[in-house]
Design a protein around this ligand. Structure first.
Ligand code: ADP
Ligand code: ZN
Length: 728
């Protein structure tokens, strides 16, 4: 239970300012609760903060100023405060920065904003038209419910001006309604689909976990199409029936639309959404309703983990292996791991769902830390696609062409049968490299250690690192030769060009994040494809994730070897996950699927594992390699990225850090490096990396803190510590 502080008592306040300590204030007139959002004077300004606990004292009592006012927001619960503290300790992030994560966009203390809504008025219009009649019909069907102008216009299929006309005549009433209204209730008692035996076994286990009212994590492993979503929706139902809140994290905004529809079908209403595509006003509403309990279910991106849930009972991390759960800027955290941390604090259950789990989760299940539930077959008549390699060494393919004759034949027969094919290449843009045929110069970004990628659709060259774009030059910037610049290698746009030439009669759909201005446009395209609006889908990894295309029966992986190269220890794991995931898109309905992998190394162990589907064997082999190397998940790893505009400066600091490693050696940790970071220059800053490796079970963070504290960061030097880095 949180404490109450009487007026004048000393309280410690955490502000959202970049200060790494609590500040003492006096509780305001009327007192305040621990966790209250307040405004406090700081120097000449007033800033927002949270009453974190009792004041620490030690200052001249006469100098301590009172809290200016208590803001109109639900107090932050002890559970969330503890989570922020522990997550901050784990990621070595200041508490102020953690608080900023938890208070994104709430607009504390502001009056709730309003919007105009419409409901049925009186009388009939002077002049009846079809459009007018439809508007009134929709409102009549809604019972007393009011709609926004956009909703009403869309439901009636009229232009908004029709509504304006009806308002003038009084047939429709216009009212101001606060935006931060509660969400429509989801009904957990509505029955779901009848489950298969496998699914029922898994669902029963999840329900039992929720009934225990304590913490637990489950790895829900099942091939794509096995019904993982169906099963975890049962867990959501159980959670809601208990009156607790649930959170479902998805790796990609583009997936939310389909998921929202499924939730609506299952529970009769749409849940709250939380991601970068949600307006600030709506985020304020969600934030508040999550705190009040008016949002039962939140669907969102990783940052939703920092919402102020009143009583969080379940967190689902869908596609838990997805690398987008790792936040790579600002506070470096992995949402999957933070979900487990938060759940353990608030006695919630976690469901990690994936067809191809991360090695971390696989190992945790193997060690008995997580329960593991397996769905082994696809739902209904759908069977797993057959997988075969196309040995590219034996294919007769001209240069600058990537669709092999064998693959072409398969695509053609799909077009004839009215079925869909997916050609997958994990490269955005037209071509990954632009080279000068006169001097061999490759066009690179002026600020980064990265090549410029040609995007023909945008008519620009783009740096995928910093986002800088430049027009495609006529002449080589190095030797001045004209008309000698050539595109090398395939990107999704170039593949589309090739497919268009090969199959001029086919309808093509290209799915790459660059080609869609908004999540809405992408959603529309995905729906059109699912409805049969394309014969050939050409896509990047955007298509690998979770979309359901019932007519899709063929997947061609253009370059299955891409990702096998590289020194990254995780390359094999990534490649395995991605290719299996894409292949899983085929044959999700009654028609059986075929996945073809174009490869120059069909004997490669990863390719063989993908083809044979021997997942356990693959994981065991990967695990024993990592174990032998003492690498995660069998050892601990932290990356330290040093950056500056001066290369010498970063190396000097890196070398000094490598030498003065006593605090690390004391706990049995070792330093490697400094070496150029995986991306050695970004936005004009040179980056080097040190890797710190420690045995499992070591208290690594305090040692890292002590070690880093020995060094002063002068001038342009910056240091970022990345616990559990994604690449190593
Ligand atoms: P996953 O999340 O494992 O990819 P889904 O839950 O999306 O699988 O299920 C794949 C498809 O099969 C969906 O269209 C889903 O509605 C359907 N499905 C799965 N289980 C059932 C069931 N028990 N009854 C009816 N349809 C089901
Ligand atoms: Zn760049």
């Amino acid at each position: 239970m949180d404490d109450f502080y009487d007026s004048g008592e000393l309280v410690a306040v955490l502000t959202t300012q970049p200060l790494d300590r609590l500040l003492d204030y006096r509780a305001p007139e009327g007192g305040c609760w621990q966790g209250a959002f307040v405004e406090v004077p700081l120097g000449p300004r007033r800033v927002a903060g949270v009453v974190w606990g009792p004041g620490q004292g030690g200052f001249d009592p006469s100098k301590i100023r009172p809290v200016s006012r208590v803001l109109d927001a639900p107090p932050m619960r002890g559970e969330l405060r503890t989570f922020l503290e522990k997550a901050g300790d784990y990621t070595l992030t200041s508490l102020g920065a953690m608080l900023r994560l938890a208070t994104r966009a709430p607009g504390l203390g502001e009056a709730p904003s309003t919007r105009k809504v419409y409901r049925l008025g009186e009388g009939t219009p002077e002049r009846q038209t079809d459009a007018r009649r439809r508007v009134l019909e929709v409102l009549r069907d809604m019972g007393g419910l009011s709609l926004t102008k956009g909703e009403l216009a869309e439901a009636a299929g009229v232009t908004p001006s029709v509504i304006g006309g009806l308002v003038k005549q009084g047939c429709v009433r216009e009212e101001e309604a606060p935006r931060d209204t509660a969400f429509p209730r989801l009904d957990p008692e509505q029955p779901g689909k009848p489950l298969t035996e496998d699914q029922e076994t898994a669902a029963t286990d999840l329900r039992a976990g929720l009934a225990s009212g304590s913490y637990g994590t489950v790895l829900l492993k099942g091939v794509t199409g096995s019904g993982k979503t169906e099963v975890y929706l049962e867990a959501v139902a159980e959670c809601l029936a208990q009156g607790r809140q649930a959170l479902v994290l998805l790796p990609e905004i583009a997936l939310t639309a389909e998921f929202l529809t499924r939730v609506e079908e299952r529970f009769g209403a749409r849940p709250a959404e939380w991601h970068s595509g949600v307006t600030v006003t709506e985020r304020r509403r969600v934030w508040k309703q999550v705190a009040l309990g008016g949002a039962q279910l939140v669907v969102g991106a990783r940052s939703a983990l920092f919402l102020p849930f009143r009583d969080l009972g379940l967190v689902v991390v869908d596609e838990e292996h997805d690398t987008s759960y790792k936040q790579e800027e600002g506070v470096l955290y992995n949402a999957r791991d933070m979900a487990v941390l938060r759940a353990s604090i608030c006695s919630a259950q976690v469901v990690l769902a994936s067809a191809t789990p991360s090695l971390e989760s696989w190992a945790n299940a193997d060690a008995g830390k997580y329960r593991r539930l397996d769905l082994t077959s696809r739902f209904g008549a759908a069977v797993l696609p057959e997988m075969r390699a196309i040995d590219m060494r034996a294919e007769d393919l001209p240069s600058n062409r990537w669709i092999s004759p064998s693959l072409q034949g398969q695509v053609r027969s799909r077009i004839e049968k009215g079925e869909q094919s997916l050609l997958f290449i994990n490269r955005r843009g037209y071509a990954p490299v632009t080279i000068c045929r006169a001097c061999g110069h490759q066009l690179g970004c002026a600020h980064c250690d990265a090549r410029l990628v040609e995007h023909r659709f945008l008519k620009r060259l783009v740096c995928h690192q910093c986002g800088e774009t430049v027009p495609r030059p006529e002449a080589c910037p190095e030797c001045g030769a004209e008309d000698k610049l050539a595109a090398v290698g395939p990107g999704v746009e170039r593949l589309a060009e090739e497919a268009r030439e090969l199959f001029p009669e086919a309808r093509l759909a290209v799915l790459s994040s660059d080609l869609f201005g908004s999540a809405r446009a992408l959603k529309a395209e995905i729906e059109a494809i699912a409805a049969g609006g394309a014969d050939i889908i050409i896509g990047t990894q955007l298509v690998a994730k979770g979309h359901n295309f019932p007519l899709l029966t063929l997947v061609g992986v253009i370059d299955a070897d891409l990702g096998l190269q590289g020194s990254d220890l995780r390359a094999a794991e990534r490649s395995f996950q991605l290719v299996r995931q894409v292949a899983g898109r085929a044959g999700r309905a009654e028609k059986s699927g075929l996945a073809l992998l174009q490869t120059f190394q069909p004997e490669h162990p990863v390719i063989r594992a993908i083809l044979s589907g021997d997942e356990e064997g693959f994981w065991r082999a990967e695990a024993s390699e990592r174990q032998a190397a003492g690498m995660p998940p069998y050892g601990r790893l932290a990356g330290v990225i040093l950056s500056s505009t001066e290369l010498q400066e970063v190396f000097d600091l890196g070398n000094a850090m490598a030498r003065q490693d006593a605090p690390l050696r004391r706990v049995g940790a070792q330093v490697y490096g400094p070496a150029p970071a995986p991306i050695a220059r970004v936005r004009g800053r040179h980056r080097v990396r040190l890797l710190v490796k420690a045995p499992k079970g070591v208290a690594l963070q305090p040692a890292l803190t002590e070690w880093a504290a020995q060094f002063r960061l002068k001038g342009a030097l910056r240091m970022a510590i990345d616990i559990d880095p994604q690449s190593f």
